[in-house]
Design a protein around this ligand. Structure first.
Ligand SMILES: Cc1cc2nc3c(=O)[nH]c(=O)nc-3n(C[C@H](O)[C@H](O)[C@H](O)COP(=O)(O)OP(=O)(O)OC[C@H]3O[C@@H](n4cnc5c(N)ncnc54)[C@H](O)[C@@H]3O)c2cc1C
Length: 405
């Protein structure tokens, strides 16, 4: 990686997660002569959400037809498979099943099927229990969907490949350089960092968990605010991984943007169970007890947080139970993998923190959100499936950057 940021460039991207890197690459493809610099606060690229995900290439089933998530996930997955094939990155199209286990989940499974078809998800089909058992011998339920186009990939490897392409094209990626202020004027934007200031023609802020802070520094509305939700995982013990061939998902709660605790065979052939979704006190709470006073204070002071908590207190209690009790975590997963026993799992070191935007009215912002301030484009909400969608989302962001003039 490059050691020092230059004094100026045409376009500066802040954040070397998968969205920032895909955007920088897209802008370089469109403007081959432009100088493009990515500034990353952490010492490594993909240190936050992009390096802490489930690694699933989503097919595009869940998202409201017409939303950015729906179109960009379907298109992004197709682009990602092509990109991985071109660059020699292992992306395994293993497929997944979504299993309904209770009568009240059947209308929701119907709705997922309808959405998947409306979104153009390739190969999606309703399957009977015999077929479910052929695909996943240890899964059980009363109805299921099969999505053969779902897969897994190591997103940090994809991010590293994007960064390497960018640098081969003359772009720079500077790590260990946290942006602390933004000032625009005279058709330029000054990006302040501990080593000085970078003068850019345009800026793109892809700061994931810290996106709202940079947007506010640039003069944007504080609504929506990022509130962190930690995802913890268990893993199947060595010797018990045969309980899951690929991906087994439950029918999710339609009021939440989270997909429920699933069982996923990673590209490294480890089987993860999770993630949970627990409100936490730090935007980088990879350990459960980590609290950053400023993060916690900002979450609690946001008017949307108590509104969200009043609405979802029952879900919050369930998530707390899953976070502290492996028994409760396993009992939830046993609904769709009945053979699963407490002795089959152990805690995984893998965890992630979702940067979920919460609106002032307490709603969890569902779709991707991209907005502008003077000379800057901000990605204000890019939760799952933004890693899957990154190559397609990058085009939408680059269009907005080009529209700045
Ligand atoms: C538990 C979990 C499971 C997930 N599973 C999936 C999945 O299976 N499939 C899927 O498609 N998606 C999944 N996601 C979502 C996916 O990981 C994210 O949508 C995606 O990684 C977002 O990428 P990003 O580049 O926007 O954010 P990030 O990867 O968080 O990157 C933002 C970057 O900005 C940097 N930054 C922030 N502030 C500054 C600053 N001031 N100066 C410089 N740099 C700064 C950060 O250090 C960070 O590197 C999951 C997420 C989580 C948390």
């Amino acid at each position: 990686m490059d050691q020092r940021p230059p004094a100026g460039c045409d376009i500066c991207v802040v954040g070397a997660g998968i969205v920032g890197l895909a955007t920088a690459r897209e802008l370089q493809r469109r403007h081959p002569g432009a100088s493009i610099v990515v500034l990353e606060g952490a010492e490594r690229i993909a240190s936050h959400q992009s390096g802490h995900s489930s690694g699933v290439i989503h097919a595009g089933i869940y998202y409201a037809p017409g939303s950015l998530k729906a179109s960009l996930c379907v298109e992004g997955a197709a682009r990602l498979y092509d990109y991985c094939a071109e660059r020699g990155i292992d992306a395994r199209r293993d497929g997944k099943v979504i299993v309904a286990t209770r009568e009240d989940e059947l209308p929701r499974l119907d709705e997922l099927e309808r959405r998947g078809r409306a979104n153009g998800v390739p190969g999606l089909e309703r399957i009977d229990l015999e077929r479910l058992r052929e695909i996943e011998p240890h899964a059980g339920g009363i109805a299921a969907l099969h999505s053969p186009n779902t897969g897994v990939v190591d997103f940090p490897t994809v991010a590293a490949s994007l960064a390497s392409e960018l640098r081969s094209g003359g772009g720079k990626v500077v790590t260990g350089c946290a942006v602390n202020d933004l000032r625009s004027g005279g058709g330029r934007i000054a990006i302040e960092h501990p080593g000085g200031s970078l003068d850019a023609g345009r800026a793109v802020l892809c700061a994931g968990p810290w996106a709202d802070r940079l947007a506010v520094l640039a003069g944007a509305d504080p609504d929506p605010r990022i509130v962190p939700f930690r995802g913890a995982y268990l893993r199947l013990r060595p010797g018990r991984e045969d309980l899951v061939r690929a991906n087994i998902y439950p029918v999710p709660d339609p009021d939440l943007p989270f997909l429920g605790m699933h069982l996923t065979r990673t590209p490294q052939d480890e089987v993860l169970l999770g993630p949970t979704a627990l409100f936490v006190g730090a935007r980088d709470a990879y350990r459960l007890r980590r609290v950053v006073p400023r993060d916690l204070a900002q979450s609690l002071a946001w008017p949307g947080t108590p509104r969200m908590m009043r609405r979802f207190w029952r879900t919050g209690l369930t998530e707390m139970r899953h976070a502290i009790s492996m028994r409760s975590f396993v009992a939830e997963c046993r609904r769709y993998v009945p053979d699963l026993q407490l002795g089959d799992v152990e805690r995984s070191v893998h965890s992630g923190v979702r940067a979920q935007a919460i609106a002032r009215d307490g709603s969890l912002v569902d779709d991707f959100v991209v907005s502008e301030t003077e000379r800057a484009v901000h990605v204000r909400n890019a939760p799952s499936p933004a890693a899957t969608s990154s190559l397609a989302l990058a085009e939408v962001i680059a269009d907005r950057v080009d529209a700045l003039g």
